[in-house]
Structure formats: structure tokens, C-alpha cells
Design a protein around this ligand. Structure first.
Ligand code: FES
Length: 165
């Protein structure tokens, strides 16, 4: 299992993200993305640290932890729960579905023994669905971390996963 980050590490990551993107409202998503990238997800302590460090009356930046959490929950690319070392994002929209997406999704779930949003016990894989990623012409489509796979068939799943062993 991957150990959760200690609070000092979280604060340091948040501070670096704010230093990089600035204390302004426009920077909220870049800051959350940066924290997510560095820690693999956005833990509760990070929302608290962002809220406290971003407080900037001069720029009228006042945002609650709850609002930050809501923002992070809204975007597929961000996670409020620990994720596995590799994240598989499977496109669940209709154009991918009608060209065989359901069978690919079933094969993935069966191979990893996971449901949507689940992480394997060894923290290696997290499986999530995502909305259209703009590659409908080569559906069914999945992303593993930053790697894109198109025209995926159920038979290819084992070989694709082997690339990450
Ligand atoms: S519907 Fe799957 S990539 Fe567009």
C-alpha cells in the first residue's frame, strides 16, 4: 500500500503550487491540479492549507474548504481519494459505447476485479469512467496515466496492462 502523505509534506506541496500559480481566484484549478499531480490525490489537509494560504482580502479571494472540495469533486482529472499507481480512465459516452465500449469496460472490470472508482488492494490500479475525451473516431478509448489507447477490444486488455508491469 502507498503510505498517505504526512501533513508537512502536504503543506509544502500546497505552498509550492501557490508560489507557482499565485494567490488569485483564476489559479484555483491549476493549484488543485498541481497538488493532485504531486500527491496522487487531494487529501483533506490540502483543502485546509489551500483555503488558509489563499486567503487574500486584497484580491477578494475567499473560498471555503467545502467549495474547494466541490470543485475538486467536479473534475474527472482530480481526485479526493487516494488512487493507484496507474489510473485507467475509460470513456463511457455513447460514441464509444456503440462501437463496443461495454464489452471493453466489462473486460477491464473483470481483469482487475474492480468497479468504477475502485483501487486494487496493492494500490497498483484505479479504474474510473470519464466523459468524452475527444477521440470518438477511434473508440472505444481508454487512457492509462497519460497514454491513450484507441480501437480497444476486450482481447487486448491483458496485453495493454502488461505494459505497466
Ligand atoms: S465518446 Fe469516447 S472519446 Fe468521445
Amino acid at each position: 500500500m502507498i503510505a498517505p502523505p504526512v501533513e508537512n509534506e502536504v503543506v509544502a506541496v500546497v505552498q509550492a503550487a501557490i508560489d507557482k500559480h499565485g494567490k488569485k481566484r483564476d489559479a484555483l484549478i491549476p493549484i488543485l491540479s498541481e497538488v493532485n499531480k504531486k500527491l496522487g490525490y487531494i487529501p483533506g489537509e490540502a483543502f485546509r492549507a489551500i483555503q488558509q494560504m489563499l486567503h487574500n482580502p486584497a484580491e477578494q479571494v475567499r473560498i471555503s474548504e467545502g467549495q474547494l472540495y466541490g470543485l475538486a469533486s467536479f473534475y474527472d482529472m482530480l481526485s479526493t481519494k487516494p488512487r493507484g499507481k496507474h489510473v485507467i480512465k475509460f470513456c463511457e459516452n455513447a460514441p464509444c459505447h456503440v462501437v463496443g465500449g461495454k464489452a471493453v469496460w466489462d473486460a477491464l472490470r473483470e481483469k482487475l476485479n474492480l468497479n468504477n472508482g475502485g483501487t486494487t488492494l496493492d494500490s497498483k490500479w484505479t479504474l474510473v469512467t470519464t466523459s468524452c475525451i475527444g477521440l470518438c473516431s477511434v473508440g472505444p478509448v481508454l487512457l492509462i496515466d497519460d497514454d491513450m489507447y484507441g480501437n480497444v477490444t476486450p482481447e487486448q486488455i491483458s496485453d495493454i496492462l502488461k505494459h505497466y508491469e
